[in-house]
Design a protein around this ligand. Sequence first.
Ligand SMILES: [Zn+2]
Length: 259
Amino acid sequence: MIFPRKISLVVIPTYIWPLLILLVLFTTAAVSLFPPARLVSLYYGHPLKGVTVAIDPGHGGIDSGVHFESVILEKEIVLEMGLELRRLLEQAGARVMLTRDQDEDLSQYYLDDNLARHRRDVRGRVKLINASSADLLISLHINSIYDPSVRGPIAFYAGGKPESKRLARAIHNQINPLFSADAKPGQLVHQQPQESNAFYILNQTTMPGILLEIAFMTNPDDRRLLKNKSFRKKMVQKIFLGVVEYSYGQEANEKDLSE
Ligand SMILES: [Zn+2]
């Protein structure tokens, strides 16, 4: 027995066309914002696959950095935060180079009898960072100043490096709200990215980079935050998000960061 072949005609109703066009436009926009390799990485939870980050926790060893009553030490806080930042970045697929993962200074990496220890230390860091061929650098420090009312984070970047400025803005975009949430009425807690050619490490490294002063050791409120482990963790999460924002090329928006 021969079954009659069933032929049917599918007619696309005219009202579907605008929807199809919208779908094509949306897909084009999505692919241009997130190139396919990145889309796949995002899908698998590795938004930073292919990115190498150098993290430089300042000081170490005999150099404590700034401290409060010899109890809160810059070198310890920045090391703990650097290790946590490495964990988050690696989880996101990035390759990470830490200049130090223990309590040591880095003068051993630059041997020159004519230079003082701290100069060899900073040169040792530059040597390690440049050898890592990292895509970006974050050097972690804690600030101090004679005026105890000054507080807040500052990301420094070297002049003539627009990508460093973009990185500084992306990081500030993320971390400033943490400080505004802690502000007393009328208290100024924000800082802005600042251009400076005073930092050897920023001048001599080859990739975009910032020196992030996390907060002021000399301010009682900042000190309270620095002593708080959950705040330190939140701060690291925000720095991480700043790196993701920077890596995806999303221009930190030009809104006033003091908001
Ligand atoms: Zn420092």
